[in-house]
Design a protein around this ligand. Structure first.
Ligand SMILES: Cc1ncc(COP(=O)(O)O)c(C=O)c1O
Length: 443
């Protein structure tokens, strides 16, 4: 018998150390300041300039990590209330360990039949959970930025046109995709609730040059909802592709009470939603659905000889830019199974309820004003005062370590933005953040 430990033995040892490290991290997380307390370049200056010449132990890596933990902004902290939170529940962490162990590279069906078929199954489960058309095709990309890029590439090759219309509140990934695809963005103004104005979209579509319209359900700044049904009518009349960006708010449709915001999305040519935002799946996991898979496939299929196989079966790499694809479906499948529709719905509804409570406290305080409707779990508000005072509040709250909040600009004014979305955020957490905001305002 050889004394050399097998990979299984090594994983048992180092895996146990890693799990212990990660579990201790989770158990002590709430004592840490949410936003990293480190200056740019500080972490680099603490690390060797060159890789080690000789092998080191995994324990040495963990020991160093202990000393570097102040360089982490704690996305798993329940008072991470900036941007859009992403949760990494223990079951999903465990699934990621298995995915990394299997290290699938699903370039073709035959290189990972399980990953390919489970991905398709997860996509159709999601359609069912969210009340979307059961006939849609779905596949997983890393991020909504890539999903939107893929959808717009399909729209461009299908229509032969180079203009994208979206509201002035659309996510910057649309602008980025346009640059990459050599397309132009035609911005459409919003109404006073930050929704795309359909009357102005009609004008924007009138010259017949638009390849695609991106409608957003749950915009990044305020979570406003574009009038998708009216936009779908206009797209149909103009022959434009309709892409719906529901990266954040799409998860809310697991709650039947939130399906109002899905009105019209069933008429989309493509739709992106991110389980890694508000469906409690760790980064990264974005699902791109399409009613027109053949067009996406035509836009992306590239089959050199070395990728030809005898099976007549689809490979999901034919629907997007990446060839090598990791086994993201495993964590999505795990989360859907370990929480079930009921668990997911409860978490979503709780976050919405907490946001409505926060909005109520803000409304009741005459020093503050609400700045936008808040139909989901994000609230935009400001101290009635100057932009500088509001910016100082964000900096003070974040420096306190109590919570991490972000900001946006609405109608030219600096606005505080609190987004509730982590699974572990409680009413006490939101109250504590609100206290920190009021204390910072009083200072
Ligand atoms: C509405 C919307 N779309 C797209 C994105 C981009 O998401 P990703 O980071 O997955 O590319 C975001 C990110 O917050 C978003 O809010």
């Amino acid at each position: 018998m050889s004394d050399v430990p097998t990979w299984g033995d090594q994983l048992r040892d180092d895996g146990a150390r890693a799990i212990e490290w990660a579990a201790t991290y989770l158990d002590t997380l709430e004592r840490r300041p949410v936003l990293a307390r480190t200056r740019p370049g500080e972490i680099r200056s603490r690390l060797p300039r060159r890789a080690p010449r000789e092998p080191e132990s995994f324990q040495a890596v963990l020991d160093d990590l202990d000393g570097l933990v102040d360089g982490i902004t704690h996305w798993q902290h329940p008072r991470f209330l900036a941007y859009f939170a992403t949760s990494s529940p223990p079951q999903a962490v465990a699934a990621e360990i298995i995915a990394a162990t299997l290290n699938q590279v699903a370039i073709l069906w035959r290189t990972s039949p399980l990953s390919t078929e489970l991905e398709a199954v997860c996509a159709s489960w999601l359609l069912d959970l969210l009340g979307l058309p059961p006939t849609w095709h779905g596949h997983i990309e890393d991020t909504a930025s890539t999903s939107t890029l893929a959808a717009l590439a399909a729209a461009r090759s299908y229509t032969g046109k180079h203009v994208i219309a979206c509201s002035t509140q659309a996510h910057s990934s649309v602008q980025k995709a346009a640059r990459l695809l050599d397309m132009q963005v035609r911005p459409v103004e919003v109404d006073d609730a930050f929704r795309m104005r359909a009357d102005l979209l009609e004008t924007a579509l009138s010259d017949g040059a638009v390849a695609a319209v991106v409608a957003t359900v749950g915009t990044t700044s305020t979570t406003s909802v574009d009038p998708v049904a009216a936009i779908a009518d206009l797209c149909a009349a103009a022959g434009a592709w309709l892409h719906v960006d529901a990266a954040y708010a799409g998860s809310s449709w697991v709650s039947p009470a939130m399906r109002w915001s899905a009105d019209g999305v069933e008429r989309a040519d493509s739709l992106v939603m991110n389980p890694h935002k508000w469906m409690f799946v760790p980064m990264d996991c974005s699902v791109l659905f399409t009613a027109r898979p053949e067009i996406l496939r035509a836009a992306f299929t590239e089959t050199p000889e070395y990728l030809r196989t005898p099976e007549d079966v689809e490979s999901l790499s034919e629907y997007g830019p990446a060839l090598g694809r990791r086994f993201r479906a495993l964590k999505l499948w795990t989360v859907m199974r370990c929480f079930g529709q009921r668990g997911l719905q409860e978490h979503i509804e709780r976050a919405i309820d907490l946001a409505q409570q926060l909005a109520g406290w803000v409304e009741a305080d005459p020093a503050f004003e609400i700045c936008a409707p808040h139909p989901f779990s994000t609230v935009c508000f400001r101290l009635i005062g100057t932009d500088a005072q509001n910016a100082a509040i964000v900096e003070r709250v974040n420096a306190s370590g109590d919570a991490f909040i972000s900001h946006t600009k609405l109608n030219g004014r600096y606005v505080l933005r609190v987004a509730i979305g982590h699974m572990r955020t409680t009413r006490q957490d939101v109250m504590r953040a609100w206290d920190a905001i009021r204390t910072a305002a009083a200072a």
